[in-house]
Every structure is written in C-alpha cells, then in structure tokens.
Design a protein around this ligand. Structure first.
Ligand code: SAH
Length: 295
C-alpha cells in the first residue's frame, strides 16, 4: 500500500517531460507515477511518484537524479496520506470514467450507469487500472473501435489476450463487447488476485481466465492461443522486447493494441513492430501517452 507521494509542481509540458524521465522508476521499481492538472485556470500540473512506508530520502535523491538538469531548480515536495488506504480513498473520490462506450465506476457510483453504457464495476484494489489513467482510457476506446470494426463483429475476435491485465479492466471490457474468450495475464500475483475478484463481480468468469505469468512464460499462451487480438498496456521498453513473442502468438489477420507508450517513444515502438511485419493502423493520443493499433 502506498501512503505518500513525492511530487514537483510544473506546467503541462514539464509534467509530460517529468513523466518520461521518471518512467524508469516505474519500469525498474514498479513505483506508480502520475501527472495531474491541479489548477486548470493557472495551468498548474504536478508530477508524482507514489511510495509506501516511511518516506525514503534515498528515493527522493533518485527522483532528483532522474529529473536531472531539466528540473534542477524545482523543489521535490512530499505529501503523506497518513494511515488511510489511499487507493480506496482516491477511487471513492474519483468520478466514473467514460471511454468509448465504456463507463468504469466504483460500486458507490452504480447510479451513474446509463442504459446504453457498457459498465465495468471495479473495487479499489492494489492493481493498476481504474480507467483514470490515459493509457487505460486509450485502450478502452481503441478496443471498442477495433472489435466493432472487425469483420464478423466483436464475437469473431476470439480468443483475446490481455497481457499485463492489472485490475482486469481491459479483459472485462472485451468480454462486455462479445461472447469471446480472454486470457488475462500479469507478472504480479497480487494483480491477478484483484483481477479475478473484478472478473467475478462483473460476471465474466466463464469468459476470462486469469493467469500469473512474466511475459510469455506460461503454457497458457500455447493452450489458449493464437489470439485474434492481443492487448498490452505495459511500457515502451518491455513492449519492444516482446515484439517477436507478440507476433508469434497472434493469429493470421489479428490485431495488436499497445499502450503505456509516451508520445515521444511512439516511432521506436512502431519500428520494433514493423520489424515483425506488423503495420500501424491508428494512434490515439491522451495526456502525453499513446495507444497504438497494429495489424
Ligand atoms: N491493463 C491494465 C493495467 C496496466 S498496468 C490497464 O490498462 O489499466 C501494467 C501491468 O502490466 C501491471 O499490472 C504490471 O504488473 C504488468 N506487467 C508489467 N510487466 C509485465 C510483464 N513482463 N509480463 C506481464 N505483466 C507485466
């Protein structure tokens, strides 16, 4: 559980730059990083690194080192959340999120669901993916687009792989679109536990199998694949490394949706996948992040 954050106060461009520089902390230590606009009128943004336990001066130094010259004069501030479960708290405070036809909401916001919404109900858990992050929202929107446009409709896009499922949000979204089988994997067993709970509360257990696996290291991929759609919202570097595995597990004519990619990393990722014979179809841009559809 995270109970404090180190952050800097900056502008939108600064927040996007800081996110890029800090992404190494997320990649290597799994620390959640985030940017948010705290004052819309004055265009003030914050870039944060969330951490648990007692604030660690060594982490503060690492953050300063990551930010480097660009932010030399910017103080790194701290906010503590006391003993509260900030994930639960933040989810309570957060409004339901719309992306494509999906509405992602907590149990307390069931009333916000409208007749034509594809509602995904998530409980506050310790896994990434509440729909509030630009990458999750981008993936939801892209999944809706890609599955609807597929010849034969969403039901023909069977089976689907959600690599790095986190809270399970994307796998649940896929299952809401059509009666397809989804393999949802994550390197983190805690995420898989949370994903299973969310799959259950969204009544999708018959369609979604949740499996703990680092990358493609599991027999589940061969048993359940090849996949008509592979979704991976991880980060640019691991996604580039995984390009050959993703290609190998993709059914002929299948689609790949990638996110967790900063706008400036887009070309590199596209190059890695074009090396595997996959071509770019479309890109969605959100808060400095991109979601890419390849075929
Ligand atoms: N799919 C969710 C969560 C994305 S966060 C969403 O879109 O909101 C990225 C997830 O990928 C995390 O849960 C992390 O544990 C997982 N992950 C990171 N590296 C991985 C790897 N090599 N193999 C499998 N999962 C990985």
């Amino acid at each position: 559980m995270s109970d404090h954050r180190f952050y800097i106060v900056t502008d939108e461009a600064g927040a996007s730059r800081a996110l890029d520089l800090l992404s190494v902390l997320f990649e290597e230590d799994g620390l959640p990083i985030a940017t948010m606009e705290t004052d819309e009128a004055n265009k003030i943004w914050e870039a944060s690194v969330y951490a648990s336990g007692e604030p660690d001066p060594a982490l503060k130094q690492r953050i300063a080192a990551c930010l480097g010259e660009d932010f030399a004069g910017t103080p790194i501030e701290i906010e503590t959340f006391g003993d509260t479960d900030w994930i639960a708290k933040s989810l309570e405070g957060l409004k339901p999120v719309r992306a494509g036809r999906f509405l992602v909401h907590g149990a307390h916001d069931r009333a916000a669901v409208r007749t034509n919404d594809l509602a995904i109900e998530l409980e506050a858990g310790q896994a990434f993916g509440t729909g509030h992050h630009g990458t999750t929202a981008g993936c939801l929107e892209m999944i809706d687009r890609v599955m609807r446009a597929y010849p034969g409709g969403p039901r023909a896009m069977d089976p689907v792989l959600d690599l790095g499922t986190g809270s399970g949000v994307l796998a649940i979204a896929v299952a809401k679109l059509g009666p397809v089988r989804v393999l949802a994997t994550d390197i983190d067993p805690v995420a898989i536990r949370v994903a299973r709970e969310n799959v259950k509360s969204n009544r999708a257990t018959a369609r979604i199998a949740c499996v703990t696996a680092p990358g493609f290291h599991s027999t589940a991929f061969a048993r359940k694949g090849p996949f008509k759609l592979i979704i991976a919202n991880i980060l640019a570097r691991p996604l580039m490394r995984m390009a050959p595995d993703i290609r190998r597990n993709l059914a002929p004519g299948g689609s790949v949706i990638l996110s967790g990619i900063l706008a400036e990393q887009r070309r590199q990722v596209l190059a890695a996948y074009s090396g595997q014979g996959l071509r770019h179809v479309s890109t969605l841009w959100r808060n400095g992040w991109v979601t890419i559809h390849l075929k």
